[in-house]
Design a protein around this ligand. Structure first.
Ligand code: NAD
Length: 463
C-alpha cells in the first residue's frame, strides 16, 4: 500500500520504518526540514535502540523515503497517518494546532478514498473537528477517517510497533476498517490481537491507558510515603500486590514518579476533557499531586542526607525520563536536578544518552563523561534514571571517588543491605535507609585520594 506519515518525530519515524518493514511504500514528511534531511541520510534525529539499522535497511529497500513537501507524501497515499505532536497547553488542554495544520494539508492533497488515521494522541471527539476541517477546506474528494492510537514505549519502540500487545482500530466505515486491516495484515496473520471499535472509544482508550498507568505509579508513590512512616518496604509490598494477576507488578515502582512526553500531558488532557464536559475527574488531580510530591520528597531526602545543600557537590546519575532514550521532555530527573540546583547544590550529572538534550533544557548544567567522573569529590550521589548500566556500577570505585559515601537512590536500583556492606549511607524511595555496615571494614577505609589536577573540588564545609 502507499502510506504517508505526517510528522516524523518519535512516533512518526517508527511508524515509517515499521510500515516499510510490513512491505508498504512509505513517504514521511515533516515541517522540520532538518529532521527530513537527517532521516533521508539514514540518521535518526533522536536515540532509539535498533532504529538506525532498521532505518538504513528500509531506505535501502527503496520502500521508504522522506520529503519536505507534504503534497508529495499525501497525493498518492491510500493511508495517511497523522503523527504530529499534541503537547499540553498552559491550561492542561491538548494543543491540537499541529493536528489542524496537518489535516489542512491532507484536505488539500488527499486522493479520493484515502484513509486519514489519527495516530497522535488526541482527546475524544477530535475526529469531529477533523471531519469539519476536511469538509470546509478539503478538495472535495471523499476520505475515510480512523483512529489508530499508538502504544509504543520509547526504548522499545520498534519492537512495540512490530509486536504490539494489541492494535486498536477506531473506525466508522467498512472501507476504513478494510484499509487498516490490509495495512496490518502481516501482524494480524501472526495472531496480534485486534480490537475494532468506534473512533471516540479508540481516542479515549489511549488517554485512559496512559492515565491509568500514571495512576499506578502515583499509587506506588503514595504508598512509599506510608512505607517510610511505618518502616515497610514499598518494593516488597509492590511484589506482593503484583503477584495478583488482577493487579500486575508493572508500573508499581515507587521513586521519582512518571514523566516523559506522554503521561503528564495525557493525564492533564483527560482531566481537562472531563472538566470541559462537566465531570470533575478528581482522581487524576490527586495522581498529579502525588507525582509532583515524589520529586520534592526525593529532593528533601538528598538535603537530609547531606544536612545543607548549599555548596555540596551532588552527582546525579540519569537525566532521561527513563532508560534507553535521550528524551528529557518532562523528565523527573531534570525536575530533581532543577530543585537541587535551586537549593544551592553544586550539581554534576551523567547520562549515557541524554546529556545534550538535557543541556538544551538546562543550559550550564555540568556534565561528566562517566558515572565515576561524576562521583569524583561528590558529597552525595543520586540515581535519577534506572539505566541498567547503573545497576552494574563498581560500588567500591564509586565510593573511593566520592568525598562521602552517601547515595540517594530515587529508582530503588540497589539493595539496601549490599549498599550498607559496601560502606554507604543509603536512602531510597519507600524503603528503610541503611548506614554503613559496622561489621564491614568499609568504615575504616582511607579517605578518598586527592583528585587529579584540574578536577573540580568543591569547598567541603565538613572537612
Ligand atoms: P515528536 O515531538 O517527537 O514529533 C512530532 C513531529 O511532528 C515533529 O517532528 C514536528 O516537527 C512534526 N510536526 C508538527 N507539526 C507538523 C505539521 N503540521 N506537519 C508535519 N509535521 C509536523 O512527538 P512524538 O513523541 O512522536 O509524539 C507524536 C504523537 O504521538 C503525540 O500525540 C504523542 O502523544 C503520541 N505518542 C507518543 C509516544 C511516545 O512515546 N513519544 C507514544 C505513543 C503516542
Amino acid at each position: 500500500m502507499n502510506v504517508a506519515v505526517i510528522g516524523t518525530g518519535r512516533v512518526g519515524v517508527v511508524t515509517c520504518v515499521a510500515s516499510s518493514v510490513l512491505g508498504h511504500d512509505v513517504i514521511g514528511t515533516d515541517v522540520d526540514h532538518d529532521k527530513i534531511a537527517l532521516l533521508s541520510r539514514g540518521v535518526p534525529p533522536f536515540y532509539e535502540p535498533q532504529l538506525e539499522d532498521s532505518l538504513a535497511a528500509e531506505l535501502a529497500s527503496g520502500r521508504l523515503s522522506f520529503t519536505v513537501d507534504p503534497a508529495e507524501a499525501i497525493r498518492t497515499a491510500e493511508v495517511i497517518f497523522i503523527c504530529v505532536g499534541t503537547p499540553a497547553r498552559h491550561d492542561g488542554e491538548a494543543d491540537l494546532l499541529a493536528v489542524e495544520r496537518a489535516v489542512r494539508e491532507v484536505g488539500r492533497h488527499a486522493a479520493d478514498g484515502a484513509l486519514v488515521v489519527e495516530k497522535s494522541t488526541v482527546p475524544a471527539g477530535t475526529v469531529d473537528r477533523i471531519r469539519e476541517t476536511l469538509e470546509r477546506e478539503g478538495n472535495g474528494r471523499r476520505v475515510h477517517l480512523a483512529s489508530n492510537p499508538e502504544f509504543l514505549r520509547e526504548g522499545l519502540a520498534l519492537r512495540d510497533a512490530l509486536e504490539p500487545d494489541r492494535i486498536v482500530l477506531g473506525v466508522e466505515s467498512d472501507a476504513g476498517r478494510e484499509l487498516l486491516e490490509r495495512l496490518y495484515r502481516p501482524l494480524l496473520t501472526k495472531g496480534v490481537r485486534v480490537i475494532v471499535t468506534d473512533i471516540r472509544t479508540a481516542e479515549l482508550a489511549k488517554h485512559a491507558s496512559n492515565a491509568f498507568l500514571a495512576t499506578k505509579i502515583s499509587f506506588a508513590n503514595a504508598l512509599a510515603r506510608v512505607c517510610e512512616r511505618t518502616g515497610a518496604d514499598v518494593s516488597a509490598v509492590a511484589d506482593v500486590m503484583g503477584a495478583d494477576a488482577r493487579i500486575g507488578r508493572a508500573f508499581l515502582d515507587a521513586g521519582l514518579g512518571y514523566g516523559g512526553y506522554c503521561l503528564p500531558k495525557d493525564v492533564a488532557a483527560l482531566e481537562r476533557l472531563a472538566a470541559r464536559l462537566g465531570y470533575r475527574f478528581g482522581l487524576l488531580e490527586e495522581v498529579e499531586r502525588v507525582n509532583a510530591e515524589a520529586v520534592r520528597s526525593l529532593a528533601s531526602k538528598v538535603e537530609d542526607a547531606v544536612w545543607n545543600l548549599e555548596g555540596k557537590r551532588i552527582a546525579l546519575l540519569g537525566l532521561a525520563f527513563k532508560p534507553d532514550t535521550d528524551d528529557v521532555r518532562s523528565s523527573p530527573a531534570l525536575a530533581l536536578a532543577g530543585q537541587l540546583r535551586t537549593a544551592g547544590a553544586d550539581l554534576v550529572a551523567y547520562d549515557p544518552k541524554a546529556a545534550s538534550e538535557a543541556l538544551v533544557e538546562m543550559p550550564g548544567l555540568e556534565i561528566a563523561a562517566d558515572p565515576y567522573a561524576a562521583a569524583a569529590g561528590a558529597h552525595c550521589l543520586v540515581v535519577a534514571t534506572d539505566w541498567p548500566e547503573f545497576r552494574a556500577l563498581d560500588l567500591e570505585a564509586l565510593g573511593r571517588a566520592m568525598t562521602h559515601r552517601i547515595v540517594v537512590d530515587a529508582r530503588n536500583l540497589f539493595d539496601p543491605a549490599e549498599m550498607a556492606a559496601a560502606g554507604f549511607w543509603y536512602h531510597s524511595a519507600g524503603r528503610p535507609s541503611t548506614r554503613p555496615d559496622a561489621t564491614d571494614d568499609a568504615l575504616d577505609r582511607e579517605r578518598p585520594p586527592a583528585l587529579a589536577a584540574g578536577s573540580p573540588r568543591p569547598e567541603d564545609p565538613w572537612s
